[in-house]
Design a protein around this ligand. Structure first.
Ligand SMILES: Nc1ncnc2c1ncn2[C@@H]1O[C@H](COP(=O)(O)OP(=O)(O)OP(=O)(O)O)[C@@H](O)[C@H]1O
Ligand SMILES: [Mg+2]
Length: 260
């Protein structure tokens, strides 16, 4: 069985973070492991509290995983402080896992910034260079490239700009575009579009976490980066189309729609 590690925050309501990742990894028939960076008190209506894990304890969790069940792929999500980012980077350098997907969670869907400038700096200069694939949403790509992104042409310009300082694969997610939900991959100078119909489902809690852990699972299974993204885009579209409707706000996806 292929093994996938998620390093992320816990979402007690089960739709995003560690919980979404483990469901996604399981739905891909991989073995899921988790290093928890923070506990959040949240549900479909909002985030009501965050308790961060110490960087020492995060390193302890990473040692336990890597020294025993070495993962075939790692997905990294919410990393709340510069100390945590530094610790995770240090351990990745030590263990050198093969496939690392970094979801650079910097801006919430509401548009509010989740990281301070020091942490953003560490994310850009220490963690992102260690990754195979990064998956910024439109707002995060704006921070990475330094200009506003409104159209698909802007997405291409942004990917080329980010690619000037990063050798890995860049997936700019189009979940926040107006007409469609097309994602763009910039891979070693080549542009690939992953076209997705916009699903009219208000329940989109955890789409970003789910997509990045699906990509990590596909990489663990041996698919190329391009195939992994194609498979993951199909998976997320299916999980949205399954029309699960739970909670009073923006509800979770049906991670297990393929098993039903
Ligand atoms: N309404 C939708 N219909 C179809 N696909 C969608 C929709 N919303 C998001 N997606 C897809 O979901 C994936 C995640 O993209 P999105 O832009 O929502 O990421 P995100 O903003 O990081 O998510 P999150 O808010 O969970 O952090 C992408 O593949 C995107 O195209
Ligand atoms: Mg996101």
């Amino acid at each position: 069985m292929k093994k996938v590690l998620t390093i992320a925050g816990s979402d007690c309501s089960g739709g995003a973070g560690i919980q979404a990742d483990l469901k996604t990894i399981t739905a891909h028939k991989c073995y899921g492991m988790s290093v928890i960076t923070a506990l959040t008190a949240q549900n479909t209506t909002g985030v009501y509290g965050i308790e961060s894990c110490s960087d020492e304890f995060i390193k302890n969790q990473m040692d336990c995983v890597f020294k025993d069940i070495f993962p075939d792929a790692v997905k990294i999500g919410m990393v709340a402080s510069s100390e945590i980012i530094e610790s995770i980077s240090q351990k990745l350098k030590e263990y050198k896992p093969k496939n690392v997907v970094v979801d650079p969670v910097m801006v919430a869907t509401s548009g509010s910034k989740l990281l301070n400038d020091d942490a953003i700096d560490k994310l850009l200069n220490e963690l992102i260079p260690l990754s195979t694939v990064i998956t910024p949403n439109l707002f995060e790509a704006e921070i990475l490239c330094g200009f506003k992104i409104k159209t698909e042409d802007d997405m291409v310009r942004a990917a080329r700009k980010i690619g000037e300082n990063y050798e890995g694969h860049i997936l700019i997610k189009g979940g926040h575009l107006e007409d469609n939900a097309n994602d763009l991959l910039f891979s070693r100078g080549e542009i690939y579009w992953f076209e997705g119909e916009r699903v009219h489902n208000p329940n989109t809690h955890g789409t970003g976490c789910t997509l990045s852990s699906a990509i990590a699972s596909n990489l663990a299974l041996g698919y190329s980066v391009e195939e992994s993204i194609r498979n993951s885009k199909e998976y997320i579209t299916g999980a949205l189309k399954a029309n699960l409707d739970l909670g009073k706000g923006s509800g979770p996806l049906d991670h297990c729609y393929k098993i039903n």
